[in-house]
Design a binder for this molecule. Sequence first.
Ligand code: 8YV
Length: 311
Amino acid sequence: MTKPEILLIGDYPDWDMEGLTANYTCHQTPHEDLDAETAARIRCVAFKGHSLFTAEMMADMPNLGLIANFGVGYDVIDVAAASSRGIKVTNTPGVLTDDVADLAVGMLIAATRRLLPADAWVRSGDWAAKGNYPLLRTVTGKRAGIMGLGRIGRAIAERLVAFNMDIHYHSRAPKDTPSDWTYHADPVAMAGAVDYVIVALSGGPETAGIVSKEVIAAVGPEGMLVNVSRGSTVDEEALITALQSGALGFAALDVFAVEPECDPRFGTLENTLLQPHQASATIETRQAMGKLQLSNIQAFYAGTPLITPVN
Ligand code: 8YV
């Protein structure tokens, strides 16, 4: 039996390629270079990365039925266009939650306790030459504000409960939470009520710029912003201005408006901790994400319910 032909967008390691090529004939040509006959045979795209998946791309593959996204966030895929063409979209929720939450908490502590500059203090000989590193601030027992209490936001909050932190959150509507968690309908009010704001929102038009100039101002000079969601949720110009002036104390960022060529001003600031969008980037999680993506593709071809449909 001939294998179905699928298009791969993004880089896949050997462990993903093994499963994909065992079941499918995989094209890795950029979609615009596919000849019309091949494009017409593509019923599934395995999609990975953060470039746009536009309505035009969908139109170029007239028999496309599934976009299987490698990642929980699908803000770069025009899901409305997909739905209107009868194209199903799947994602990979759940399997990355713990790693993303771990990194968020790791960044919070690394930033508060200045782990990287303190490491440099030891390596450079400053410790011996200049004495002890300056005193810093405590994490345990402080107030944390989570923007977005989905799976990842909740996993972050649960970890912070173990740090005896007071949990505040902002989301579209109040959620079913322990009674001592505080809901804020207004993100500015939440930012003003806490010490550390951690952003765990989904990307997309609904959340674009929600971490506004006002939210950033409310976090304040003693406060910190941690972002493990999407750079699009933050007014990045306001963020950089606030970091430069000290109106915002610190930003720990795993995501940026533009990646990987993030704004070079971030790297010039001492009050930032910068990570290369790596919250889900462990071998265990990336393998689990690949397996879930493949299971969705297999379900599509088998005509069985998709495992994690988006639309
Ligand atoms: C990416 C992510 O999937 O899941 C998401 O939404 O942002 C990441 O896990 C990963 O960077 C691969 O593109």
